[in-house]
Design a protein. Sequence first.
Length: 168
Amino acid sequence: MSMSRKEGARARPTGNLDIIKRFTWEISSINIYLEELRQLWARTLGISGPQWMILMAISDLDKDDGVPVNVVSKLLHVDPSFVTTQSKLLEKKGLLRRKPSPTDARVVRMSLTDKTQKHVASLHEQYKAIREYVFEEFGERELTEFTARLATLKNRLEKACQRVALDL
């Protein structure tokens, strides 16, 4: 009984370390370019890249009733206190609103101000053009599969970090 090519690839140990190193460097480079784009867009509002990420997380997650600090912190993989501190600065700049949850006053819900929503909307065409250029070689199915594989790698890396932390 023979294995399919895919099963055979999974059964073999990863022996080609050069390709793994190259993959790791490529991912690192991708992250650097994504960070550069975040910095450029953040500068248009006079804020930092991490603050921009908080605004984008709220923009993506808000369903008209605000987003709790802990939800944003989990998405960004940062401590909730960081999101709290930065969101207070963003509120002072008039870029977001913070209000207690109607069901639990300990929970702060954040939402974008109209000013910020308009600014994000003004960048939409530029963002769309960049997204189309960057992903033009991927069909929807390919991108879905690739994203699923990256999610698997992310989960395995998270577990690997936990293992290393336990060993130290």
